[in-house]
Design a protein around this ligand. Structure first.
Ligand SMILES: NC(=O)C1=CN([C@@H]2O[C@H](COP(=O)(O)OP(=O)(O)OC[C@H]3O[C@@H](n4cnc5c(N)ncnc54)[C@H](OP(=O)(O)O)[C@@H]3O)[C@@H](O)[C@H]2O)C=CC1
Ligand SMILES: CC(=O)C(C)=O
Length: 318
């Protein structure tokens, strides 16, 4: 079925819709309705992850919409991610098979290494010691990547990519990769606009997917005094001037910079309004104005992994 969503071509020739639905924190009991609503509205790109714990329900929604004839499998672009406890090369394919089984799919469109750093394998997804500290694994993401590559030839994922990788980690990976990552999925919004990482990825033909584009207000570690992106008066003024919502401006900000964007909502009304972004465009002046709101404001700092040798946000410019 034709979709109104613009697409970008990945370095391997596959196409990805620039707007997708995020599913982190979409709860069991609501995520199936959300994904069904999204597909009815016209979303064709769904962003999933094993660690979100809801892939089975996302799969139920996809299966229902295919069965109803609303979409065919090939109309959809489904992404999932390899969790940190499955980085050891012998665990990669098993983890992917479990995701495929949950999503009731034969292949993914895109499989990402969720984070560069690995956690202790084999048990809990957040393997903590008695003091509550996450237990790390020293598996090298380069070895994980080598185990990711064969899944493409085996038809289990059309494309593979990375998430939360910094510039140094990307170049280290590219030195050994026989299949290049097509995407780096990273936090991106006006407070953390990723200008340098975007340029860096562009030079290597890696597309950037913007996660937490609305400022992730429902992140579990949010504190009452934290800045609220969607409440920013400067963004509200732009939205009012354009007759749009702040969320629509934030989504359009990514699309107008050439980024893929995956806002999450479990609310059918907001899923619909977040899709109403194809009847306007931000002017170059507005994009440049919003660029000035950058303040290195990261909402997803991955504090639990601070001290890990592969933590992507420590001791690095971008
Ligand atoms: N690779 C990675 O490490 C990560 C990937 N991601 C991916 O990116 C997706 C998006 O990021 P996420 O952190 O969830 O945060 P977002 O920035 O997408 O914000 C989601 C929040 O905004 C609310 N919201 C959505 N639309 C509107 C609207 N129009 N008006 C007001 N509030 C709105 C949602 O509430 P409601 O549901 O009630 O509408 C929810 O609370 C994730 O769901 C996940 O798929 C996210 C973080 C890390
Ligand atoms: C939301 C998510 O993907 C995280 C925190 O890894």
């Amino acid at each position: 079925m034709a979709s109104t969503v613009p697409i970008v071509k990945l370095s391997n020739g596959y196409e990805i819709p620039m707007l997708g639905l995020g599913t982190w924190q979409s709860k069991p009991g609501e995520v199936e309705t959300a994904v069904k609503a999204a597909i009815d509205i016209g979303y064709r790109h769904i962003d999933c992850a094993y660690v979100y714990g809801n892939e089975k329900e996302v799969g139920d929604a996809i299966a229902a919409k295919i069965k109803e004839g609303v979409v065919k499998r090939e109309d959809l672009f489904i992404t999932s991610k390899l969790w940190n406890t499955f980085h050891r090369p012998d665990l990669v394919k098993k983890a992917l098979h479990e995701t495929l089984e949950n999503l009731q799919l034969k292949y993914l469109d895109l499989y990402l290494v969720h984070w560069p750093h690995a956690y202790k394998e084999g048990g809990d997804l957040f393997p903590a010691d008695e003091s509550g500290k996450i237990q790390f694994s020293d598996v090298d993401y380069v070895d994980t990547w080598k185990a990711m590559e064969p899944v493409v030839g085996e038809g289990l994922a059309r494309s593979i990519g990375i998430s939360n990788f910094n510039s140094q980690q990307i170049d280290r990976l590219l030195k050994v990769a026989t299949i290049k990552p097509v995407v780096n999925q990273v936090e991106c919004h006006p407070y953390l606009n990723q200008m340098k990482l975007q340029e860096f990825c562009k030079a290597r033909d890696i597309k950037l997917t913007a996660y937490s584009p609305l400022g992730s207000p429902d992140r579990p570690w949010a504190k009452p005094d934290d800045p609220q992106l969607m409440e920013d008066p400067k963004l509200k003024a732009i939205a009012n001037r354009l007759g749009k919502t702040v969320a629509q401006v934030l989504i359009r900000y990514q699309i107008d910079r050439g980024n893929i964007v995956i806002p999450k909502s479990a609310n059918p009304g907001r899923i619909a309004s977040n899709f109403q972004v194809f009847d306007f465009k931000l002017s170059q002046e507005d994009v440049e104005l919003i660029n000035t709101f950058h303040c290195n404001g990261r909402f997803v700092p991955m504090s639990a992994a601070v001290g890990h040798k592969d933590h992507p946000f420590e001791n690095v410019e971008f």
